[in-house]
Unconditional design. Structure first.
Length: 271
């Protein structure tokens, strides 16, 4: 029994590492978790596991952007109180985040039953090809829009990208960053806006799924494997995010096109 537990813990750590590393990058973390689970013989991971690892990734993103979050919150409150122009840019950015959150929030509620359905390897492969093509199309676009130059239309279009990512196999970070670059955002602004959008949607998902997590009948016996996966996801999301920020800074987003095509082709051949 002890040996089985150790093996399960190791497998869960591997799944957590895969989830954590692929969450920030445009390759579909849910798809990669499914692939890793299949290879490791774990089967499909349940909703409880998804909530747990999503919470770990959320904590990592919150930590990385903690200074931005505090600045945006404080300056937005100050703008509402004083109407001083020096705080207006941050207030507008927060407003645009709210606008961008609406499409995924609405569709997430309306399509929750569909989203919860299992996905096939073929679906993941096809969506990786779609992501790869989109990344290739925007790879050389050098946007000019910073945080102070965004519009409601820009925010809503990126929000629609996040809503599209509700489709099984589509990368959330990929869809939002592709949309943001396509509307003319600088790559660093696109990255920041993408993950600022991730925070409220992810937080909402955690809150909505909390009751299911607490009522999970097997959570006690899986406590140690789940905790191992949680911390593996937390740590790897942090390092994956830092690595991806460097990729974006150097304008190497197109490299993910080759990866998406490569993995998509392997899935079609072997699965």
């Amino acid at each position: 029994m002890l040996e089985f537990d150790i093996v399960l813990i190791v497998k869960m750590i591997i799944i957590g590492l895969v989830q954590g590393f692929t969450e920030p990058i445009p390759v579909s973390s849910s798809g990669h978790v499914m692939i890793a689970s299949e290879i490791l013989g774990l089967g499909e991971q349940g909703f409880t596991f998804a909530i747990l690892t999503n919470t770990a990734s959320l904590f990592a993103v919150l930590y990385i952007y903690r200074k931005d979050i505090v600045r945006l919150a404080v300056n937005s409150i100050l703008y509402l109180k004083t109407k001083k122009l020096r705080y207006k840019s941050d207030f507008r950015f927060v407003f645009f985040i709210i606008i961008g959150t609406i499409p995924a929030s609405v569709l997430g509620i309306l399509l929750s039953d569909y989203i919860a359905e299992s996905i096939s390897m073929t679906t993941i492969a096809l969506m990786l090809f779609v992501t790869g093509i989109a990344l290739w199309l925007i790879r050389n676009i050098k946007g000019t829009k910073g945080e102070g130059n965004l519009s409601i239309i820009d925010a809503f279009i990126v929000g629609l990208g996040q809503a599209v990512a509700l489709t099984p196999g589509i990368s959330r970070s990929g869809a939002t960053i592709i949309s943001a670059v396509a509307v003319g955002m600088k790559q660093d602004t696109a990255l920041r806006f993408s993950f600022m959008l991730y925070i409220p949607v992810s937080l909402g998902g955690v809150i909505l799924g909390l009751s299911d997590f607490l009522n999970e009948p097997s959570k006690a016996e899986l406590a140690i494997p789940y905790l191992a996966a949680f911390f593996a996801t937390l740590v790897m999301t942090y390092f994956g995010m830092k690595w991806f920020m460097g990729i974006m800074k150097n304008g190497k987003l197109g490299y993910f096109t080759y990866y998406c095509f490569f993995v998509g082709t392997l899935l079609l051949i072997f699965f």
